[in-house]
Design a protein around this ligand. Structure first.
Ligand SMILES: [Zn+2]
Length: 59
């Protein structure tokens, strides 16, 4: 709710901002094959696996 800056306590302001910063780390999961962090619905960069099958050659 929009209220004058001075009337919002530091506590209330921080609580409001904390609610929006919860979702920062969304979009990174650990690969089930090699447990490296990867983006969902993408081939894993380190092992080349997608849906438990190797789809990209890796060294
Ligand atoms: Zn992997």
């Amino acid at each position: 709710m929009a209220v004058p800056k001075r009337k919002t306590s530091k506590s209330k302001k921080n609580m409001r901002r904390a609610a929006n910063s919860k979702y920062v780390a969304v979009g990174i999961i650990n690969c089930p094959q090699c447990h490296e962090p990867k983006l969902p619905h993408r081939v894993c960069k380190s092992c080349g696996f997608y849906k438990n099958k190797e789809v990209v050659e890796t060294k």
